[in-house]
Design a protein. Structure first.
Lengths: 310, 294, 278
């Protein structure tokens, strides 16, 4: 009995070990094991390189495309990968490689727009809820609950019906269902910092409320937000592609990766390349960003960043 | 006859050249550098030091509580080397031969089990019947000053105050009648009056049961009224050891002297500034000292 | 001439007046009609166990918390009722040092920014370079140096962080320093340094200090007068020699009895005395 006591029991003992050691020894058995597990620096670097590569492609891809991604050439329909068409052609004779390169921009741009919108709205709502008093908090959190209970696809379908099909509707729908998650996260982070002693110290100095929020509370509350946004890139991207695949998002002839898969899905046996290459693009990008997000989260581990007030 | 005498003379706990290191990304870090420490039977030893001194790690090593720790040296309990014991036998030692009182009673108690259940565990896992164990537990709790112990036996930790919780922790630690009790900063989280009560309780228990106590603390005040012998630790090393009267009246190591000089005492003349320990551990004189970036 | 404990100097008006202060949380009176004065240049200790209300009292004086009723007057000015503008002025005259050096400094700010912030906020030094110089002066006053300017709190020990916090607190030149258990989480040797620093500053800057603590030996060392609180009420107040030499209230006596004495001979004598006269 006396041997197996909780995490905190251990923390007490280690609180007096030399600084770095104390931090490293905190946490439960699994956390400590995970921290000790050898992290493959090779995998981390590959992931960062791939993610960076995808971003680069999104920016300059169109310049590298060998063919016009929208040029229809029924004569060359469904050609297997060859010297002229590295990734083959689709049912309309369009070059898959070029479409994948263009599609990077479409997909990633849409993803980034969703995340930025969700983060901004979510941060605003979460901060106001955390600092605005109990009534404001309750009201905003109920609104969040409504947002969280709407599945993205249903909302996207509804918006598509109202505003017409297309990537725009999908982006709006997705942003509308994604911000409540951020609002809750930011609310929790701000609440933690709000009660920190250094915030009281700042109030004691006599800082204005604006300075208190923007110089003391928010920078400390939000400094780990980028981990979540990075992880979300993969998630949002998959949903956008999924929506396009289902027909609610980007429409033909858009080079959005999900839409490409949708268009080619029927012809899988005749032209696997038209499905596989865009699919690989989605998969590799999602995995890369997920790994980068994980790496950021580990780097952010409070045992290393001992300075962050909890 | 000779054997009996020898048994009485050998220390109950003998730590020799204990080194403890922990794994770290850049290579293992040694936090205890070759500590020797004895606790005789019926003796109360205080292990004193500031943060980073390694006192807690040393004490916890006796029970091998930290799976990550790499230990070397010898830790002998009544002749048995604890460091080479297989895990199953080590578990038998914990609770029955060596008990541990933690610093933070709130963290040391399982919030979802009654305190009674937690108190009888050390007995139940050793085959004592629940009825007998409960009887002993209630008696012990009552002895420790918990009124209405029979009824409170079925309460949960959150229903107790800090001092009461610490009594529960003590009960858990001593119910299986260990020969050695290790108390790791047992009163740091307590108010001064409760602290005095808990220390008095520990003293009485130790005397009644002939139990040795190894008290880990940073508080030179409570050591004076509790311990028979004192071991002073600093930066992972034991810098001085001796009977309590000697340590306080005639400290030899400069660090011990500095530490004693830095403690404010109610009897002192308040006009005299407190001595200050400088980087080398020797006393320096008070007031302003420029700190070089550390 | 007998001096009333409320007026040790015999003539100066008190810097701080607290009168019948009341604060309740969840129906319970955490501060129960507490009254005391603090003279200019005086160090008043506020002691009690946990739940005594001493911290809440300090926070009411500092206006981090609004009391339910009662008066707090700093140099004659009303503290709880002050409007935004008056409050800012008041904050130039009273500052606070907190208990936990690990959480009272914004981890993302450099030492220069932390200690300079009060100067910036109160418009005392708008020029960046002069502000930096002033910060260096303040750091040197507390025993640190310009070498520490660009570092973050995480690279300092507990004692150093408290010094930074103290430098920050005296930056605007307050007359009253409220200290909430400022040495409780420090090692013995570091505690001694910081206590000496408080004494030094009190002499050089003429500070008045409201010192909240639970450690009676520390209070004895630093404080001219001591107020004892129990369950929200102030049960006894007196000079150092009165409280420690001839305590009147049973609670004060109980507290003093429980304080450990770092002297084994004295402890044994006390134990014998206690056994002889229960």
């Amino acid at each position: 009995m006396s041997g197996q006591n909780g995490q905190n029991g251990q923390n007490m003992a280690y609180s007096e070990a030399p600084a770095g050691v104390a931090a490293r020894l905190s946490g439960g058995r699994w956390t400590r094991a995970a921290r000790r597990a050898p992290r493959s620096p090779v995998l981390e670097r590959v992931a960062i390189a791939v993610a960076a590569l995808m971003v680069v492609i999104a920016v300059v891809g169109p310049l590298l495309a060998p063919h016009d991604p929208y040029a229809v050439d029924l004569g060359s329909a469904l050609r297997a990968p060859s010297a002229e068409h590295w990734f083959g052609t689709d049912a309309n004779g369009r070059d898959i490689l070029s479409r994948v390169l263009y599609g990077a921009r479409v997909t990633l741009l849409a993803t980034v727009v969703v995340i930025i919108a969700a983060t901004l709205i979510g941060t605003l709502v979460g901060t106001v809820a955390a600092l605005g008093g109990r009534v404001v908090d309750e009201v905003l959190m109920r609104i969040c609950d409504i947002g969280l209970s709407l599945p993205a696809i249903i909302l996207a379908l509804g918006l598509a019906a109202a505003l017409g099909q297309g990537l725009d509707s999908a982006v709006i729908a997705l942003a509308a269902t994604w911000w409540p998650g951020y609002a809750r996260l930011v609310r929790t982070l701000v609440r933690e910092v709000r009660d920190a002693e250094y915030v009281d110290a700042a109030r004691m100095i006599g800082v204005t409320r604006a300075r208190l929020v923007f110089r003391h509370i928010l920078p400390n509350a939000l400094d780990t937000l980028y981990v979540q946004t990075t992880l979300d890139v993969a998630a949002v991207m998959l949903v956008i592609s999924g929506l396009s695949f289902v027909g609610v998002g980007a429409q033909v002839p858009s080079a959005e990766w999900g839409a490409m898969i949708a268009a080619a899905a029927n012809n899988l046996t005749n032209g696997w390349w038209a499905v596989v290459f865009p699919g690989l693009a989605i998969m590799i990008t999602a995995i890369a960003f997920n790994l980068v997000g994980d790496w950021l989260r580990v780097r952010n581990d409070p045992t290393i960043r001992e300075g962050k007030a909890r | 006859m000779k054997h009996a005498k020898a048994a009485l003379d050998t220390p109950l706990l003998a730590i020799r050249d204990l080194r403890v290191s922990f794994p770290a990304p850049d290579g293992p870090v040694e936090v205890v550098h070759g500590v020797d420490l004895d606790v005789a039977r019926r003796e109360k030893v205080a292990l004193v030091g500031e943060s980073g001194s390694g006192k807690s790690v040393t004490a916890r090593s006796v029970l091998r509580l930290d799976a990550d720790a790499r230990l070397s040296g010898r830790i002998e309990l009544d002749g048995t080397d604890l460091l080479t014991l297989p895990p199953r036998r080590m578990r038998q030692v914990r609770g029955a031969r060596v008990g541990l009182v933690f610093q933070d009673p709130l963290a040391a108690l399982n919030p979802v089990m009654t305190i009674g259940w937690q108190i009888i565990q050390p007995l139940v896992i050793r085959g004592v019947s629940k009825r007998v164990a409960r009887r002993r537990g209630v008696d012990l709790l009552s002895r420790l000053g918990v009124r209405d112990a029979e009824r409170r036996f079925d309460d949960y930790p959150h229903e107790f105050s800090g001092g009461m919780r610490q009594r529960v922790v003590i009960a858990i630690a001593v119910i299986a009648e260990p020969e050695l009790l290790i108390a790791d900063e047992p009163t740091t989280a307590l108010d001064v009056r409760v602290q005095a009560q808990v220390l008095a309780l520990l003293r009485e228990l130790a005397d009644e049961r002939g139990m040795s106590v190894l008290l880990i603390t940073h508080d030179l005040g409570i050591v004076a009224g509790f311990a028979d012998r004192v071991v002073v630790m600093r930066h992972g090393e034991a810098v001085e050891t001796g009977p309590v009267d000697d340590i306080y009246a005639r400290p030899r190591h400069p660090y011990t002297r500095a530490l004693l000089a830095a403690v404010p005492r109610i009897g002192d003349d308040p006009a005299r500034p407190l001595a200050v320990v400088d980087a080398s551990g020797a006393p320096a004189d008070g007031a302003r000292r420029r700190e070089d970036g550390r | 001439m007998t001096r009333s404990p409320h007026d040790p100097n015999g003539s100066a008006a008190p810097l701080l007046v607290v009168e019948k202060l009341v604060k309740s949380f969840g129906g319970r009176r955490v501060v129960d009609e507490v009254s005391f004065d603090l003279a200019p240049g005086e160090v008043l200790g506020l002691v009690g166990e946990s739940g005594s209300g001493k911290s809440t009292t300090a926070r009411c004086v500092a206006r981090l918390v609004r009391p339910d009723s009662g008066r707090v007057l700093l140099a004659g000015r009303d503290v709880p009722g002050a409007g935004r503008r008056e409050l800012r002025d008041l904050r130039r005259d009273m500052q606070m040092v907190f208990q936990d050096p690990y959480s009272s400094l914004n981890p993302r700010m450099t030492v220069e920014a932390l200690v300079g912030e009060p100067l910036l906020v109160h418009g005392l030094e708008r020029d960046r370079r002069r502000r930096r110089d002033r910060v260096v002066e303040l750091l040197e006053t507390v025993g640190m140096s310009a070498a520490h300017l660009d570092r973050h709190p995480r690279s300092f020990s507990g004692g150093q962080r408290q010094r930074i916090a103290i430098a920050r607190a005296i930056a605007v030149g307050p007359r009253l320093l409220i200290c909430d258990e400022p040495v409780s989480s420090l090692d013995v040797s570091v505690q001694a340094q910081v206590l000496n620093l408080f004494r030094d500053l009190r002499e050089r800057l003429g500070l008045s200090i409201l010192f909240i603590a639970h450690d009676l030996a520390v209070v004895h060392y630093l404080c001219d007068r001591v107020a004892v609180m129990e369950h929200g009420a102030l049960v006894e107040i007196g000079t150092r020699s009165e409280i420690f030499g001839s305590p009147r209230h049973p609670y004060t006596r109980a507290l003093l009895d429980a304080v450990p004495i770092p002297d084994p001979v004295a402890e044994r004598a006390r134990a014998r005395g206690n056994r002889a006269a229960p």
